[in-house]
Design a protein around this ligand. Sequence first.
Ligand code: PAF
Length: 277
Amino acid sequence: MQVIHTISELRQALAGISQRAFVPTMGSLHDGHLALVRQGRAAVGEGGAVIASIFVNRLQFAPHEDFDRYPRTLERDAGLLAGAGCDYVFAPAEGELYPETQGYKLHPPSELSDILEGHFRPGFFIGVCTVVAKLFNIVQPSIALFGKKDYQQLMVLRRMVAQMALPIEIIAGETQRSAEGLALSSRNAYLSEAERSEALRLSQTLKTLIARWQAGERDLAKMEAEANQHLRAHGWQPDYVTLRRQHDLGVAVEGQPLVALAAAKLGATRLIDNLEA
Ligand code: PAF
């Protein structure tokens, strides 16, 4: 496996390889990322290339967020990627990807990107779409893999690829969880031991929301308010706990596939999770 830091070297290394599976990451890798790499390997076979990028993208962080303290663990990550069957790690310095202020940005439609995560993190999806589009131009993958843990991100990026007619198949990876049910996330590294066990409450709250809907309750406003209240009572600061339809994260309606989503702060750490119903 090769670790490459420049666009020109990566392009050279990939010349002549048509099947390319790409896993964009911000590093601090866990089994969720490695499962995507393995999925990519299986999809392109031995003749293809699996590329992972590691780049903490300043554009998707608000000034008060954790850009500076986001864990940067390139050596450890490279070892994990090699073990999972990755061929190339693209780890550009900030000046390589953004040699000048990135004035051209990709703005996803407001109805997809100003709700939920986008409501609480204004500009987040502009940053994500801009960097992912740029990485797609550099890597030119045939397939790209994203985890369902970032459910809205996956939806926004699928639409971007469709609307911009990019010749890339987007593949979704299932959320990987600890044995107790905690969704794996790079930000779990911020949690204390006590917070780590409390963090399980987030997915349990989503399960309860889905169970109530499946049992026939339909007063969503009440159910969501109670879920928020439940988290608050245990020391969380929830941004949202909600049941939506999977397709576009619009209002949940009978007979359509649904997903329960939540984002909440536990201490200084903001966690997100979702469960498909
Ligand atoms: O999901 C992430 O880690 C990031 O949002 C991504 C897709 C790598 C873009 O920076």
